[in-house]
Design a protein around this ligand. Structure first.
Ligand code: 13P
Length: 337
C-alpha cells in the first residue's frame, strides 16, 4: 500500500469525512454577512477554531480543508491551526487553486487557475503541515454547456494539479463540480456529470497520476434547483451510484461528495441512501462545506463567545454525516438531540 493510499484511507475510513472550511476570504465574508457578523481575520479564525476544537473532530472528521489565510493562523493558546487539527487525529488539507476565472473562448464558462508557481507553493504548504489538497473545477449545465472546451480544459488543469501534488507527497482531491443551477432534469445531470468525470480520468491517466492516492469529490446526481421534476432520495442514490460505477476507475479508494447547495438534511439523507445502496467498492463519504457549517454558523452568530453551544450544534451535524457515511442515519436519530 502506498503512503498516499494510506493517507486517503485514513481521511475517509470508519464513516469519517472531510470538513471543507476553505472558503476564500470573499466567500467567507458573504457567509458572515448573511448572519450579520463582521468579517475580519479574528472573527474568521474564531469561528473556524471553534469548529476545529469540537469533540466530533476525533470520530467524525478525518480531514479539514483550509484556505491560505487559515493554515498560517495561530489559535488563542499558541498552537498553529494544523497543530490543532492534528491533535484530534485529523489531517490538514489546503485549497491550492486560485479560483475559477472566465474561460477565454467560451465566456459564460469558467476555467480554474493556479498552476503557475504551484510546485513551490506545495512545498511550503507541506512544511506548514498539509498532507492533502483540493482543486475545484466548475461546470455549468444548459443545452450547450458544459462545452467540450470547458470539459477538456478543466480536466487538463485538474490532472496537472494532481500530478504536482503527488510529486509533493500529498493526496490530491479531484473536484469536478457540475453546478445545481438551472432547471435541467436529473437525467441531464447524470449525462453531463458522466462526461465530465470520464474526461477527468482520461487526463489523470495521461499524467501518470497514481489513482490509489487520490480522492474524488463529485456532485451527487440531482435535478437542477429550478427543475419541476424532483426525484426521491432513493433515485438520487441510484443515479449517483450508477454514474460513479461507470466512470470512476476501481483503483480510486474513496469518494467524498460536496453538498453544493443542498440543505443539511438533504445532503445527509442522500448520502445515507447512497451508502445503503452502495454496490461499489468505493468508500462513499462527505466533504461538505455548507452542509456541515450552516446551523453552527447561525447559532454562533447570535453570540460569538458561546463556544461550547456552537460546538454542540456542529457535533450533532458531524455525527449525522458520519452515520450517513455508513448508511446508519435515520430521522429519529436526527431529531434526538
Ligand atoms: P459545499 O459542500 O458547500 O458545496 O462546499 C464544498 C466545497 O468544498 C466546494 O468546493
Amino acid at each position: 500500500m502506498s503512503e498516499l493510499n494510506k493517507i486517503a484511507l485514513q481521511i475517509l475510513s470508519n464513516g469519517k469525512g472531510i470538513l471543507a472550511a476553505d472558503e476564500s476570504t470573499a466567500t467567507m465574508t458573504k457567509r458572515l454577512d448573511s448572519v450579520k457578523v463582521h468579517s475580519d481575520e479574528n472573527n474568521r479564525l474564531l469561528f473556524r477554531q471553534t469548529l476545529f476544537s469540537s469533540l466530533s473532530m476525533k470520530e467524525c472528521i478525518g480531514g479539514v480543508i483550509l484556505y491560505d489565510e487559515t493554515i498560517r493562523q495561530k489559535t488563542s493558546n499558541g498552537k498553529t491551526i494544523p497543530e490543532l487539527i492534528n491533535s484530534s487525529g485529523s489531517l490538514t488539507g489546503i485549497k491550492v487553486d486560485t479560483g475559477a476565472k472566465t474561460l477565454a473562448g467560451s465566456k459564460e464558462e469558467k476555467i480554474t487557475e493556479g498552476l503557475d508557481g504551484l510546485r513551490e507553493r506545495l512545498k511550503e504548504y507541506y512544511k506548514l503541515g498539509a498532507r492533502f489538497t483540493k482543486w475545484r473545477g466548475v461546470y455549468l449545465i444548459s443545452d450547450k454547456y458544459p462545452s467540450k472546451l470547458s470539459v477538456s480544459a478543466n480536466a487538463h488543469a485538474l490532472a496537472r494539479y494532481a500530478a504536482l501534488v503527488q510529486e509533493a507527497e500529498m493526496v490530491p482531491i479531484i473536484e469536478p463540480e457540475v453546478l445545481m443551477d438551472g432547471d435541467h432534469s436529473a437525467k441531464v445531470c447524470y449525462e453531463k456529470t458522466s462526461e465530465v468525470i470520464k474526461k477527468c480520468y482520461e487526463e489523470l491517466q495521461l499524467n501518470n497520476v497514481d489513482l490509489s492516492g487520490t480522492i474524488l469529490k463529485p456532485n451527487m446526481i440531482l435535478p437542477g434547483e429550478n427543475s419541476k421534476n424532483k426525484i426521491s432520495n432513493e433515485e438520487v442514490a441510484e443515479l449517483t451510484l450508477e454514474c460513479l460505477k461507470n466512470n470512476v476507475p476501481s483503483e480510486v479508494p474513496g469518494i467524498a461528495f460536496l453538498s453544493g447547495g443542498q440543505t443539511e438534511i438533504e445532503a445527509t439523507t442522500n448520502l445515507n441512501q447512497i451508502n445503503k445502496k452502495n454496490n461499489t467498492k468505493f468508500i462513499m463519504s462527505f466533504s461538505y462545506g455548507r452542509a456541515l457549517q450552516q446551523s453552527a454558523l447561525k447559532f454562533w452568530s447570535k453570540d460569538i463567545n458561546d463556544i461550547s453551544g456552537t460546538q454542540e450544534v456542529f457535533d450533532h451535524r458531524a455525527k449525522m454525516c458520519t452515520l450517513a457515511a455508513q448508511g446508519k442515519w435515520s430521522e429519529n436519530l436526527e431529531n434526538k438531540k
